[in-house]
Ligand binder design. Sequence first.
Ligand code: SF4
Ligand code: SF4
Length: 599
Amino acid sequence: MKPTDTSDPDYFHKVVDCQWACPAHTNVPEYIRLIAQGRYTDAYLLNRESNVFPGILGRVCDRPCEPACRRARVEDKPVAICRLKRVAADLSDEVADQLPRRPAQGNGKRVALIGAGCASLTVANDLLPLGYEVVIYEKLGETGGLMRSNIPRFRLPPEILDTEINAIVEMGAELRLNAPVESLKGLLDEGFDAVFVGTGAPHGKNLELPGRYDTDRIHIGIAWLESVAFQHIESIGEKVLIIGGGNTAMDCCRSSLRLGGKDVKVMARKPRHLLKASDWELEDAEEEQVELLLNHSPEEFIVEDGRLTGMKFARVEWHDDGSGRLKAKTLDHVVIPCDDVILAIGQENAFPWIERDMGIEFDEWNVPVVDKNTFESTRPGVFFGGDSAFGPKNIIWAVEHGHQAAISIHKYCQGESMTERLPYGMNLASTKMSIHEWSYSNDFDPAERRLMPHVSLKERFKNLDIEVELGFSYEQTLTEVERCLNCDIQTVFAAKLCIECDACIDICPVDCLTITQNGAEQELRTRLSAPAENTSQDLYVSEDLPHTGRVMVKDENLCVHCGLCAERCPTAAWDMQKSELIIPYATDEAQCPKEQKAG
Ligand code: SF4
Ligand code: SF4
């Protein structure tokens, strides 16, 4: 193998598995260390650089970082990253006065943002400090988009939404509520320099089965959740069936229980491991006694004398059809009685307000054609992001889309090339304090993941507003922060200093170091101190060592960043260095001199 190029920012970034997996690349280990030091406001502000809604996402993030967490390779459970994010948000001081504002002197450019959800608000957050005049159009009477209308209050209290959203609006955006955009052409005629569409995927999918229109007790999940959120619906029948197996289905079943549902069942076509809902959301629903019926394929709504009485399902089993696709085989049929059915089988975007003759191309599914890097549509100056660009994903993806779209909008408005963007950077700094001391806590803490305390089952159903998760206590926080393995503290190796004494290899507790003859990666992986079977994780390969020409190989999959190799090395060939990923945002693009960009 060629010597590893550690000057490529991606190399060390990838070792920080949580940050790499987070769509917004939030600097997780650093904010966990700040929480450990009791610096909650600093942790919040660091978080907010990439993820503009730490309090919201500390409660409801899809947490792509957690399955990636290195801790889960040492023991069962990852660090409770998301819960710690909430700790920083809950204990942070007021930060509004520490956020940038729109300068008194604007830059003369006007940008319209359609929809007041997470993607548009991120664009506003990034463009306002640059002097843009930002006008946000929202069809509802409140901000937040699907974060407010579709996530129940018992998971995400409105005060949390208000605090984080108002902090952005108060930077100087003009917010127009109850202002649906009826015509994109009309909006463009108002002379905006650019338009960003962040309208989400607001249409719930229907299920056109017999009986669908013979009753008014069949509801579309996301529309129903919106009606609940805005208190247009305050009750439901005792027997409720939710069709679908994603997170919306979990929000529907738990909301039903709070509105009078006594016998609430989630009906899923697929087996449990193929359900889209996050594990923790399924567990929370089951804790509340929601019954989960798997492998039930809906066939018919049973309506008798105009009254919905039940629903017919085929019970199926799944098998591979030989081409890797799953095929269902019907075993028998069952009718499940119900008073109401809620359809939570997916959602899609819809743009009846975009004229089809204005240069915005739509694909065969009626989704706008959007450049994946610049987020620009086929009409110059019109950008899309969040669910409205590429279909439903999650909040943190929409935030990242917002950051990237803001860069594009800024470059577009300034007449710069949108494809020439600042690259990621990386700072490395030694954490060495003395021979056996580092500026981070490197002792392995064997503690298990702390469990989130919940409001008692008796209490939580009293109304829709009782937040079920209580947040970590001080003691839980203290323990959980120590479970982080500090994956951003990198083992940096200087081959020319190595005398091949093997001391680091002897001391490494997880056998991730080997000095050996170089070879092809596949073969090299088999003859390390411990075979490196996880090919998604890199091998580090040094330059040839000065004495024997062999190489130092490190399996990045295993390292727990304990620093013992660096403590033991007599020549300081190993050092523990903190890596900091430098992520460019719209302000960086604005402040970077043109010559530097060209270079
Ligand atoms: S820091 Fe060094 S000793 Fe510790 S696990 Fe990583 S390679 Fe091994
Ligand atoms: S302890 Fe230092 S000198 Fe000895 S083999 Fe390891 S890196 Fe080389």
